[in-house]
Design a protein around this ligand. Structure first.
Ligand SMILES: [Zn+2]
Length: 96
Protein backbone atom coordinates (compact mmCIF):
# COMPACT_ATOMS: atom_id res chain seq x y z
CA UNK A 1 0.00 0.00 0.00
CA UNK A 2 1.40 3.37 -0.84
CA UNK A 3 1.41 6.21 1.62
CA UNK A 4 -1.34 8.12 -0.15
CA UNK A 5 -3.77 5.22 0.10
CA UNK A 6 -2.69 4.65 3.65
CA UNK A 7 -3.54 8.22 4.60
CA UNK A 8 -6.89 8.01 2.83
CA UNK A 9 -7.87 4.81 4.56
CA UNK A 10 -6.64 6.09 7.92
CA UNK A 11 -8.80 9.20 7.55
CA UNK A 12 -11.75 7.07 6.60
CA UNK A 13 -11.32 4.96 9.69
CA UNK A 14 -10.73 7.82 12.06
CA UNK A 15 -13.23 10.39 10.85
CA UNK A 16 -15.55 8.11 8.93
CA UNK A 17 -15.37 10.35 5.92
CA UNK A 18 -16.11 8.76 2.62
CA UNK A 19 -13.60 10.54 0.48
CA UNK A 20 -10.80 12.84 1.30
CA UNK A 21 -10.02 15.48 -1.32
CA UNK A 22 -6.69 14.91 -3.05
CA UNK A 23 -5.40 18.35 -2.14
CA UNK A 24 -5.91 17.58 1.55
CA UNK A 25 -4.02 14.33 1.20
CA UNK A 26 -1.25 16.02 -0.73
CA UNK A 27 -0.96 18.79 1.83
CA UNK A 28 -0.75 16.23 4.57
CA UNK A 29 1.87 14.27 2.66
CA UNK A 30 4.02 17.34 2.21
CA UNK A 31 4.05 17.86 5.96
CA UNK A 32 4.78 14.19 6.48
CA UNK A 33 7.61 14.25 3.96
CA UNK A 34 9.14 17.20 5.69
CA UNK A 35 8.94 15.58 9.11
CA UNK A 36 10.36 12.36 7.78
CA UNK A 37 13.17 14.06 5.95
CA UNK A 38 14.12 15.81 9.13
CA UNK A 39 13.79 12.59 11.06
CA UNK A 40 16.18 10.69 8.89
CA UNK A 41 18.65 13.06 7.37
CA UNK A 42 20.43 12.51 4.09
CA UNK A 43 23.70 12.27 5.97
CA UNK A 44 22.38 9.46 8.16
CA UNK A 45 21.10 7.68 5.09
CA UNK A 46 24.38 8.16 3.32
CA UNK A 47 26.27 6.73 6.29
CA UNK A 48 24.16 3.57 6.27
CA UNK A 49 23.62 3.24 2.57
CA UNK A 50 26.47 0.82 1.96
CA UNK A 51 25.16 -1.45 4.71
CA UNK A 52 21.69 -1.32 3.23
CA UNK A 53 22.86 -2.10 -0.27
CA UNK A 54 25.10 -4.92 0.96
CA UNK A 55 22.10 -6.52 2.60
CA UNK A 56 20.18 -6.31 -0.65
CA UNK A 57 23.00 -7.78 -2.66
CA UNK A 58 23.24 -10.66 -0.15
CA UNK A 59 19.52 -11.28 -0.70
CA UNK A 60 18.44 -10.07 2.74
CA UNK A 61 15.29 -8.01 3.09
CA UNK A 62 16.96 -4.66 3.57
CA UNK A 63 13.69 -2.74 3.48
CA UNK A 64 12.42 -4.78 6.40
CA UNK A 65 15.64 -4.54 8.37
CA UNK A 66 16.13 -0.82 7.79
CA UNK A 67 12.64 0.57 7.18
CA UNK A 68 13.49 4.20 7.89
CA UNK A 69 16.20 4.14 5.30
CA UNK A 70 13.86 2.56 2.77
CA UNK A 71 11.27 5.24 3.47
CA UNK A 72 13.81 7.96 3.00
CA UNK A 73 14.90 6.51 -0.32
CA UNK A 74 11.28 6.62 -1.47
CA UNK A 75 10.90 10.31 -0.74
CA UNK A 76 14.38 11.65 -1.44
CA UNK A 77 15.51 11.54 -5.04
CA UNK A 78 19.10 12.52 -4.18
CA UNK A 79 19.59 9.58 -1.86
CA UNK A 80 17.70 7.30 -4.20
CA UNK A 81 20.14 8.12 -6.98
CA UNK A 82 23.06 7.36 -4.71
CA UNK A 83 21.40 4.13 -3.70
CA UNK A 84 20.83 3.02 -7.27
CA UNK A 85 24.38 3.86 -8.27
CA UNK A 86 25.79 1.94 -5.31
CA UNK A 87 23.50 -1.01 -5.91
CA UNK A 88 24.58 -1.09 -9.51
CA UNK A 89 28.26 -1.14 -8.56
CA UNK A 90 27.86 -3.85 -5.94
CA UNK A 91 25.67 -6.03 -8.13
CA UNK A 92 28.17 -5.80 -10.94
CA UNK A 93 30.97 -6.63 -8.53
CA UNK A 94 29.01 -9.58 -7.11
CA UNK A 95 28.62 -11.10 -10.56
CA UNK A 96 32.34 -11.12 -11.23
ZN1 LIG B 1 18.06 12.08 1.29
Amino acid sequence: MNIKNFIKSAFKRIWRRQELPDEVVQGFMRVLDKVRKEDTTCKEVFDQLDEYVEKEVRGEDAALLMPLLREHLDICSDCCEEYEALLNVLQTAAKQ
